[in-house]
Design a protein around this ligand. Structure first.
Ligand code: HGY
Ligand code: MN
Ligand code: MN
Length: 414
């Protein structure tokens, strides 16, 4: 059997073992700081330790394993992805990149490769941002961009991020010290499922990522007037849900009209104090707006906000518009990408370049280090869904390409 297929089997086994650790036994959910998240982190830490890496969990819950070079002054190359998930997640989004990286480092240890630079494998703790609605908390700490005001963010239970960090045993005073200094970075590599249909449609196992789309995440609060469903005449209502519903459809229509350059999604909608015999007085919903073109993203943000404000005004509803998070589109590093392209070609696969509509931890890291990403085909491009799947031969292809890339990088710096 091809050595990479054998290693892919172990990789898949680990992905399945980690996937079994969830805060909900009916599906995969491991959100920042929960007991299931901590159990998953402990498992990944144990695998890193067994592989012979210097391992620790940092102040924001990242699991970090280092393979040091004999050249103490050498820079650090990071291989990473995330192990937190969305709700009702697939098992590859995040863990694939972390556990593929673990395999690569295991091989380096077994072959006693002398490294010209340090390598740090990182399982980031909060890429999805499900609990506190701000993404990249782990990678922002490692990149040195963690904004202290994030510590005041509250989750649905009113717990602050600072309290959650303390509960995890982290020290918020340590956050700035957990960054890799800007002048210490050599580069960043992340393998991740494509989460889109292109590779599946074209029957190609892997691809380069040229850029990662920018995103704006907004919380919209629609405030009307709660009332008795049986007594308030239809023409005298300030129905917050009907206003939100019209806004949701307006967002969908706007996204469809401009689908060549952007996507717009409402993924969450919460009716406050909901009851079947009460006219909804307050509704909170999310807006997720993305584009690979920064000017287009800014234009769309302002046009949509005006549209939704007009709907609210016409319906005599108060709209509170909270911009929760925004990240500009980022380009991956041309030099690392050409090395990765060569690894793909030398492995016998066509070299395809894609723009990522999904966000990744490479986004904050690319501000401080050259970043490159390898996309791996997934079933019909499905992700953020239990149907997410990667076939064994594609895991083997990703291992083959990633190992060739890392080998070339090591020889380039030796
Ligand atoms: O939402 C995203 O783009 C990523 O999955 N966090
Ligand atoms: Mn991801
Ligand atoms: Mn995701």
């Amino acid at each position: 059997m091809d050595a990479y297929v054998h290693r892919a089997e172990q990789l898949l086994q680990r992905i399945n073992t980690l996937a079994a650790i969830s805060e909900d036994q009916s599906c995969i959910t491991r959100t920042f700081g929960t007991p299931a998240f901590l159990a998953g982190s402990a498992l990944v830490k144990s695998w890193m330790e067994t592989a012979g890496l210097e391992t620790r969990i940092d102040s924001i819950g990242n699991v970090r394993g280092r393979l040091v070079s004999p050249q103490s002054e050498a820079k650090t190359f990071v291989i990473a992805s995330h192990i937190d998930t969305v709700v009702n997640a697939g098992k590859f989004d995040g863990p694939l990149g972390v556990l593929l990286g673990l395999d690569l480092l295991e091989q380096l240890v077994q072959r006693r490769v002398e490294l010209p630079f340090h390598i740090e494998l990182i399982a980031f703790s909060d890429e999805e941002g499900c609990r506190f609605h701000t993404t990249y908390l782990g990678s922002k700490v490692v990149g040195g961009f963690f904004e202290a005001d994030l510590l005041q963010k509250r989750d649905a239970a009113g717990i602050t991020l600072a309290e959650a960090v303390a509960t995890m045993g982290g020290d918020t005073q340590q956050l700035t010290h957990d960054a890799i200094p800007a002048d210490n970075w050599l580069g960043y590599f992340e393998a991740h499922i494509e989460q889109g249909p292109v590779l599946y449609d074209r029957a190609i196992p892997v691809a380069l990522v040229t850029a990662i789309a920018g995103q704006q995440r907004v919380e919209m609060v629609f405030k009307g007037m709660a009332g008795h469903a049986g007594t308030v005449p239809m023409n005298m209502r300030q129905d917050a849900l009907c206003c939100a519903a019209e806004a949701v459809l307006a967002i969908e229509q706007f996204g469809q009209e401009h689908q060549q350059t952007l996507v717009a999604t409402v993924g969450k909608l919460d009716i406050r104090h909901a009851a079947s015999n009460v006219i909804p007085g307050e509704v909170v919903c999310s807006l997720d707006l993305r584009s690979a073109d920064e000017a287009r993203l800014t234009w769309a943000y302002h046009v949509l906000r005006e549209k939704i404000e007009a709907i609210a005004q016409r319906r005599d509803i108060t709209l509170i518009w909270n911009l929760i998070q925004q990240t500009a589109p980022v380009a991956c590093d041309a030099a690392l990408n050409s090395l990765l392209a060569r690894a793909i070609a030398d492995s016998g696969y066509p070299v395809v370049s894609l723009v990522s509509g999904a966000g990744h931890d490479a986004v904050p890291i690319s501000k401080v280090a050259p970043a490159t990403m390898l996309f791996v085909r997934c079933f019909k491009g499905i992700s953020h869904n239990p149907l997410e799947n990667v076939e064994l031969p594609d895991l083997a292809a990703a291992l083959r390409v990633a190992e060739r890339f890392l080998t070339q990088l090591i020889s380039h710096h030796s």
